[in-house]
Design a protein around this ligand. Sequence first.
Ligand code: AMP
Ligand code: MG
Length: 420
Amino acid sequence: MTSNAPPVDCYTGDPELLPAATALDRVRALASPVADIETVPTARALGRVLADPVVSPLDVPAHTNSAMDGFAVAGTELVTAGERAFEVLGTAWAGRPFETALRPGTAVRIMTGAVMPPGADTVVMQEQTRLEGDRVIIGAGHRVGQNVRLAGEDVRAGRAVLPAGKRLGPAELGLIASLGLAAISARRRLRVATFSTGDELRSVGEPPAPGTVYDSNRYTLLGMLARLDVEHLDLGVIRDRPDELRAALVDAAARSDVVVTSGGASTGEADHVQATLRALGEVGFWRIAIRPGRPLAFGRIGQSLFFGLPGNPVAVMVTFYQFVLPALRVVAGEPWAEPVPALRARCVSRLRKKPGRVEYYRAVLERDEQGMPIVRHTGRTGSGLLHTMSDANCFIVLPEDGADVEPGAEVEVQPFHGLV
Ligand code: AMP
Ligand code: MG
């Protein structure tokens, strides 16, 4: 990733705007995984991050077995033309092997998953056979070794099947269980403390008053964090007073790995986050060349990473997805991954783009009549309009050096699905 010269903000001429790519580099440089490791039962490991690779103690499948319901035979006995009758010796059930070895001219009825009887290496599907008394008639056209799953074909004993740093989903839980492992070693779940700042904020349940705003950031953060399997410490609302903010930050940092606040991150009279961070710890950056979300404080307080997100609800979600999420993943033990757009699509909207900053438009990704992906802007851009996030299913990401987008042009798209 290149760190260009800081672009100059076109409204204010501010030369201190940090390119988004440089900001991400700084996040990456400061974020490190939690050290604590614990043993977690497989049944409760969904969403946890592996501290060590998972190594298979056995071959999977453990035995060579049938992939079909049918008849197990020695492949060399199959005919290349006409038909052949085989005496049926018995049945091999899944979990109940048939122990007698096949003799020439014999077959064993076999169920899917049953261990192959000694002497058999091929299974003929039931539908391709015909029974005559206690004999089965098998025609030509089969391949030696067909419909058989070989021992160790899926996983070999001693092989690492999952790397350290892998976040476990349903497929991984099944894979771990298929190895007979009742527990795994995981990183401790990270602790994230959040609070909202602003004298105007009211919590749900409180009556509204002139000039007040309900605290929605608390809930978007709660939702985004819940999907990441973190221990969330919700510290509520802190007023715009330096002493209260300072006390809240010290408390939050002492009790968590990452502190995320919203509001008060810019340079107004009532914005104290930046100065407080400077007094308490290290400041990584605090103005980024993006829209929405320009004022964003980042740094460290003691052992905790700190993100001071803007107050505007959409800016909170954008900056969370673009900057906080990659950091949380690293702290949780996952490898660093940039939030890059996943695909390109034809944009049917006209989009304004200022040079020198990355812009994130809320948009809907869908198919046109030909089934091709198209992307449409949700319409309004105000960073306080939270319903535009609800209407959208993706961001259109316009790069720093990009110009206005005319309808029909291709744009980079970052679907929300998979972001959190
Ligand atoms: P600030 O960054 O503190 O200047 O806030 C920018 C805008 O976001 C203001 O209109 C605030 O009222 C609004 N805002 C700040 N925090 C929240 C919050 N927790 N929930 C809803 N709106 C907020
Ligand atoms: Mg404020």
